[in-house]
Design a protein around this ligand. Structure first.
Ligand SMILES: Cc1ncc(COP(=O)(O)O)c(C=O)c1O
Length: 564
């Protein structure tokens, strides 16, 4: 080879190696910024989910899945039978009416399957169903078709902040306000002007768009961020829920394999390094409820397969993390989106921005803001909310929806926002977190005093029941609580959401019911554990069961996901 060609070749090789090294370093950094759990690796989680074979535990295996001795199994079996009898009598009409609907309502079919870990699910569905229909709400209580009254700990997915009576009023008064116009869409009812003013004050941002759900608000916020930055990647943090749109829910539950989403560890310096160094990141999404369980999925009882469930908010650390995140995003031109759909007004009038002292570029709201009707809202800085470019008229960012700014929703929202203006309501909101954290502390003290293996972690009025020791049967607690007159949502003990209108007496009854449910669960042997039983033992049993099921599936004795 001649001299100059030789040098040119070497130069090209050096450039190629430098590019490769850069890419490898970026890849390595990204890997280090991922959380070690499966929730931090959505692709792997989805792959594993497709391989996991179905199996059911039966007979002795059902009641002795942790290796408990015969006497304990006997106690559990008797208790299960007792609860089954109680539920059959107490919820007869509600169950019958639900059974008629179940096969044809996909949502009911799905949720009833995922109340508990799948090996235990069939027997629970058959014998411990309480039904999914309700006749009325009255104060803090829900009334089913059999006339049973339960305290509501579902919070209607977080919508119910001020109590059902309040939302009934919002809907009635809001509807009256807009009745003359009725359901006319496209143009706006003048009540929107007030909503706009209040939302701008609350968010501290210039411009607002109205949507029909929290999911849609998040979709629009991300679309705007991409449009204005010209970048494609969105960063979400491990475990954080932002609705069911594909790009914010990579991994299990979403069949789409390719997204532009990076799932990073929350509260980890390496994640900030990724934001510092990459040039393709349009936005970062933050869901403030994650302060309660950073880097973990929303806790649900179907995930209680054996290990403990732990949670706990460190407010100071989270505040510090958000401040650092804000700083990096500002420096790198990344749009910081606070998704306040869930926590928005629950953590005070100013939402998470005020609570943590950090200003976001875009904020999404929803749930309670609709005054009991469906809604999603994006608030943002004027330049980020703009959907067109003066200089490029065809380059737009489209977002329209038939029902956006529906007059009846705007009416109910008006009532909700007016309520927020009242000094006594602001006082109530300002004191709510301290009140509910104190109640959680008192419950924990009572649980500890009786050596019950149950604790509560709280972020104000949102609670997670934690199980400090490993067991395969924690999920049974939801049925004990139901028997005590407490209504939980489909994620069970993972998320209890209180409305702020609980009186002290009512809360005392709820606390009593939780304690009594836990006592009975303990007495009935579900929390039995062998001396020195470690999580590792349970994990080994789980692995063995799974391997056996896998083997059976491969040899064709039961249908496996792979044989489909
Ligand atoms: C933080 C957050 N964002 C978005 C959503 C989606 O809202 P929606 O269910 O109204 O679509 C939720 C719902 O729970 C949420 O908690």
């Amino acid at each position: 080879m001649t001299g100059p060609l030789h040098w040119a070749g070497l130069l090209l090789l050096a450039i190629a190696l430098a590019v490769l090294a850069r890419r490898a370093a970026a890849r390595l950094l990204l890997s280090r910024a991922k959380h070690g759990s499966l929730a931090g690796h959505p692709r792997w989680a989805r792959r594993l989910a497709r391989w996991l074979p179905a199996y059911e535990l039966e007979g002795d295996d059902y009641f002795g899945a942790d290796g408990a001795p015969a006497e304990i199994q006997h106690r559990r079996r008797a208790a299960f039978g007792h609860l089954a009898g109680l539920f059959a009598r107490r919820f007869a009409a509600t169950r019958a009416a639900t059974a008629e609907l179940r096969g044809a309502i996909a949502d009911l079919e799905f949720t009833s399957r995922y109340l508990v870990p799948f090996p235990f699910s069939r027997l629970v569905r058959e014998q411990l169903a309480a039904g999914s229909l309700l006749r009325a709400s009255a104060g803090r209580q829900l009334i089913d078709l059999d006339g049973n009254r339960c305290y509501d700990l579902t919070g209607s997915y977080g919508v119910n902040l001020f109590g059902y009576n309040f939302y009934k009023q919002c809907i009635a008064r809001g509807s009256a306000l807009v009745a003359e116009l009725g359901p006319v869409l496209g143009a706006l009812h003048p009540v929107v002007a007030y909503n706009l003013r209040r939302l701008r004050e609350i968010s501290g941002l210039d411009s607002v768009s109205f949507h029909m759900s929290g999911t849609e608000a998040v979709m629009q916020a991300v679309r705007l961020a991409r449009y204005h930055t010209g970048r494609r990647r969105l960063v979400r943090f491990c475990g954080a829920y932002h609705g069911w749109w594909g790009d914010v829910q990579p991994g299990i539950g979403n069949p789409q394999t390719e997204t532009d989403t990076l799932t990073l560890s929350e509260m980890k310096a390496t994640s900030l390094r990724v934001l510092e160094t990459r040039r393709d990141i349009a936005c970062v999404l933050v869901n403030p409820i994650q302060a309660l369980h950073p880097n973990a999925n929303a806790p649900g009882d179907s995930a209680l397969v054996g290990g403990p469930r732990n949670a706990g908010a460190d407010d100071a650390a989270y505040r510090n993390w958000l401040a650092r995140l804000r700083e990096v995003c500002s420096r790198r031109g990344i749009v910081l989106i606070f998704d306040e759909v869930m926590m928005g007004f629950r953590c005070g009038t100013g939402g998470a921005q005020a609570r943590y002292g950090v200003a976001a570029d875009l904020v999404t709201y929803g749930k309670s803001l609709g005054g009991g009707l469906p809604v999603g809202v994006v608030c943002g800085r004027a330049e980020l909310m703009r959907r067109y470019r003066d200089e490029r008229p065809a380059d737009i960012c489209f977002a329209r929806g038939t029902f956006n700014a529906h007059p009846y929703v705007m009416g109910a929202m008006h009532e909700f926002l007016r309520h927020l203006e009242k000094p006594e309501v602001q006082e109530q909101l300002a004191g709510a977190d301290a009140l509910w954290d104190r109640r959680a502390g008192e419950l924990n003290a009572a649980l500890a005093a009786e050596s019950l293996p149950l604790r509560v972690a709280s972020l104000g009025s949102v609670w997670t029941l934690c199980y400090p020791q490993p067991s395969r049967y924690h999920w049974m607690l939801q049925y004990y609580l139901r028997a005590q007159g407490l209504a939980l949502s489909w994620v069970g003990t993972g998320r209890l959401i209180f409305s702020l209108d609980y009186t002290a007496e009512e809360y005392a009854e709820v606390q009593h019911a939780i304690l009594e449910g836990a006592r009975q669960m303990q007495r009935d042997g579900w929390w039995w554990s062998a001396p020195h039983q470690a999580g590792a033992q349970i994990r080994r049993r789980l692995l063995r069961e799974t391997a056996q099921a896998w083997w059976r599936a491969c040899s064709g004795s039961i249908s496996s996901p792979l044989s489909r």
